[in-house]
Ligand binder design. Structure first.
Ligand code: DAH
Length: 338
C-alpha cells in the first residue's frame, strides 16, 4: 500500500518537473486534484475495499500526499510568476539617461505685479480682483466719461455690446471700491487691460496696469506726492527723483502726469529719456468731486487721490527691454533671462 503511494508521489514529481508553462501546470493540477476524476480522489475511493484496520493509515497517507501535491503546485506557480515579473523588470534599462525636466519660473510681469501688490498690502491696502470684462459704467461713466466724451477716444475700446467691454484701464477699481467700502478707503487693483492698439515695439492690445485709490478726510495732493515718493523709491531705487506735471484725466481734478528721473542716466540725458533726463511713468490726481458723488461718497467731507501705472512699462524700464512684444511672445530664450 505505502509502495503504491510512493509510486504515485514519484509520478507526480516527474509530472511536476515536466511542467513548462501555464497549460501543462493546469493539466498536472487537474490530473491529481480534480474533484471527480483526479488521481487522488480515485485512489481514495479504494479505501472502501481495504480491511478496516488499514483504512486510517491509508487515509492519512493520501491526505499527506494531497497536501504535498497542493503545496508543490503552488510553489511552482509562485516561481513562474516571479520569473515573469523579473523578465519584465529587466526590460527597463535603469542605466538610460533620464528625460530632461524643464523647470518653470514666474513670468517677469507677474513677478512685478505681485511685488507691487506686496508693497501695498504692507501699507494696509485692500486688493480688488476685478473682471477684465467690465460694464461701461465702471470703466467710463462712473469715472466722469459719459458716452461721446472725447476722452474715450484715447482709449480705443473693444466692446461686446453697448454696455459691456474689455476694460481699458484698472481705474474701474475706483468706482468699485467707493461703492463697496466706506471711507477710509485704501484699495488697489492690478491686471490685464485691453485697447485697440497695434502690436509693435511700444504698443500691445493687451497690457498690465495697477490703479490705486485712497479716500479719507483731509487727503491732499501732498499725501499723493508722499505716497508716490515712497512707492517709486521701493519700486526703482532710493535716489530716484520724481516730478509732477499738469495732466488731464476726466476722473481727477487736478490731474498730473508723473515723471521719474531716468534710471539709465540718472537724469543726465540718454536715448531712453530722449536726452530730457525724465521718463513718464504714471498718471495721477485728486479724485474728481463728481466721481466721489456718483459713487455715493460725501464730497464735502471726504477727498482722495488716485493714480494708475503700466506694469509692463515699469518692467521695460527696470530690465532695459526695448520691445514690449518680448513679454508676450513666450520665447523661452527671452524668459529664461529672468
Ligand atoms: N487710467 C489712466 C490710463 O489708463 C491712468 C490714470 C491717470 C489713472 C490718472 C489714475 C489717474 O488713477 O488718477 O491712462
Amino acid at each position: 500500500m505505502s509502495e503504491s503511494i510512493d509510486n504515485l508521489r514519484r509520478l507526480f514529481e516527474e509530472d511536476l518537473a515536466a511542467i513548462d508553462g501555464m497549460e501543462s501546470w493546469k493539466a498536472v493540477r487537474d490530473k491529481y486534484l480534480a474533484r471527480e476524476s483526479g488521481v487522488i480522489t480515485t485512489e481514495l475511493k479504494k479505501l472502501r475495499d481495504l480491511p478496516k484496520e488499514a483504512r486510517p493509515a491509508f487515509g492519512q497517507a493520501m491526505n499527506q500526499l494531497r497536501a504535498l501535491v497542493e503545496k508543490k503546485l503552488q510553489e511552482r506557480l509562485d516561481e513562474a510568476k516571479a520569473a515573469e515579473a523579473s523578465t519584465k523588470l529587466q526590460r527597463i534599462d535603469v542605466t538610460r539617461p533620464g528625460f530632461p525636466f524643464a523647470l518653470g519660473s514666474i513670468h517677469p510681469i507677474k513677478r512685478l505685479q505681485s511685488e507691487i501688490e506686496q508693497i501695498f498690502v504692507s501699507m494696509g491696502f485692500q486688493i480688488f480682483n476685478l473682471p477684465e470684462i467690465e460694464r461701461d459704467y465702471y470703466n467710463f461713466e462712473g469715472l466722469n466719461m459719459p458716452r461721446n466724451h472725447p476722452a474715450r477716444d484715447a482709449q480705443d475700446t473693444f466692446y461686446f455690446d453697448d454696455s459691456v467691454l474689455l476694460r481699458t484701464h484698472c481705474s474701474s477699481v475706483q468706482v468699485h471700491a467707493m461703492e463697496e467700502l466706506k471711507p477710509p478707503i485704501r484699495a488697489i487693483s492690478t491686471g490685464k487691460v485691453y485697447r485697440r492698439d497695434p502690436f509693435d515695439a511700444t504698443h500691445s492690445p493687451m497690457f498690465y496696469q495697477v490703479d490705486v485709490i485712497v479716500i479719507e478726510e483731509g487727503i491732499t495732493m501732498g499725501d499723493l506726492k508722499g505716497m508716490l515718493d515712497v512707492f517709486l523709491k521701493r519700486m526703482f531705487h532710493s535716489d530716484i527723483r520724481m516730478r509732477l506735471r499738469p495732466g488731464f484725466f476726466p476722473f481727477v481734478e487736478p490731474g498730473a502726469e508723473v515723471d521719474i528721473s531716468c534710471i539709465f542716466c540718472s537724469g543726465k540725458g540718454c536715448p531712453t529719456c530722449k536726452q530730457s533726463g525724465w521718463v513718464e511713468i504714471l498718471g495721477a490726481g485728486m479724485v474728481h468731486p463728481k466721481v466721489l458723488r456718483m459713487s455715493g461718497i460725501d464730497d464735502s467731507r471726504y477727498s482722495g487721490f488716485a493714480w494708475g501705472m503700466g506694469i509692463d512699462r515699469v518692467a521695460i524700464l527696470k530690465h532695459g527691454v526695448d520691445d514690449i512684444r518680448l513679454f508676450f511672445e513666450n520665447d523661452l530664450r527671452f524668459l529664461r533671462q529672468f
